[in-house]
Design a protein around this ligand. Sequence first.
Ligand SMILES: Nc1ncnc2c1ncn2[C@@H]1O[C@H](COP(=O)(O)OP(=O)(O)OP(=O)(O)O)[C@@H](O)[C@H]1O
Ligand SMILES: [Mg+2]
Length: 396
Amino acid sequence: MDRIKNPFTPGAGYLPPELAGRNQVIDDGNVVAMRTKLQRAERGLMLIGQRGVGKTVLLKYLSERARENGIIPVVAEIRNDKSDLEELVLKLKEALYILDFKCKMKACIQEAFSVLGNFVKKFSLNIGDVGVSIEPHRGFGESGNLELDLSQVLLSSARAAKASSTAIGLYIDELQNLNEDAMRGIVVALHRSAQELLPLYLIGSGLPTIRTLIGKSKTYAERMFVYEMIGALDEDASWAAIVKPFEDNGVSVEDAAFTEIFKASAGYPFFLQECGYQVWQHAEHSPILANDVVSILPQVIENLDRSFFEVRFDRVSAVEKKFLMAMADGEPEKPQAIVDVANRMGRSANSLSMMRRSLIKKGMIYSPSLGMVAYTVPMFGAYMRRISESAATASS
Ligand SMILES: Nc1ncnc2c1ncn2[C@@H]1O[C@H](COP(=O)(O)OP(=O)(O)OP(=O)(O)O)[C@@H](O)[C@H]1O
Ligand SMILES: [Mg+2]
């Protein structure tokens, strides 16, 4: 097929040709945004799930819907480095500029700029000029306590949004990487906003460890959010994700061919896109037959190994690799007890706790409940088996 017209989008955060199977969560995200805009207290939304399931795509999609509905989205990705706060505050500054156009009560917007300016100065953030020559709003956003100051910055921005009859929506990706003080600052601001009916909300996305970060921030924080597990697509949604883009481009797909794609991808969005992309690339005729799919699957798996699995596996140390390998000897797609992993390695569970922590920090595993671990990357166990087999073949 014409490579230029290939509709599939394997990648990170690329809007797919068909955003399949996510109507409910899209609806939930829109309800949070619109209720907050109407100044009805509403819990925020956390989109949590493994790698490559479509969290970033959803977050961006929801932020665009919010923008179309007159809300001001503040979209940021947390990388766990010094620039995180700068990115967040820079995006807030941009939101204030938009509010500046809309806001009839200039005192509110000036106060928000002023508090933001204090904060930028206090935390030596490099985000350029805050841009208004006004009397500083002394004592707000400049105590040096990140939790308190960030909450004041957010609250003054929310007041400016209220004065402009709109809302500010925080759409924060990879939220599990956020610094704990900053998380507390956001939680405090959201809590006060809900109590004072200020139009500020948070839709976050990232790995399931977000729950722990939120739980640790304040005793009441966990109840402030609804957690939606984003996972593999079911068969109908996978069908829409694959067959519709082919058909929209004049190519039909035999049921048996779709079944092969569904089996190989297990409905995981990134894998579906990679399969669709490769099938399109290599197919020479319509309809696509099961054989067309089967013949290119080794190529798909090789691409996935190189672009998706290997880059992650290469980030961990040799002993951590052994831990990940030991997880693959159980039921790798399910959460497993750390004690069982330790037994397989011939060690005690206690002696693995540092390693476990390091792998969680590196985003390779997460702990779904006490004493349990799971891979953050879907189908990682099958990859582990592929590399053990190829190592065994190489040494024989
Ligand atoms: N609902 C969907 N239907 C079909 N394809 C999808 C869907 N959601 C996402 N995709 C595709 O899946 C891939 C992964 O999406 P995305 O980058 O949003 O995942 P993610 O969960 O944010 O991954 P990570 O945790 O690695 O950041 C992209 O190629 C995207 O086009
Ligand atoms: Mg993402």
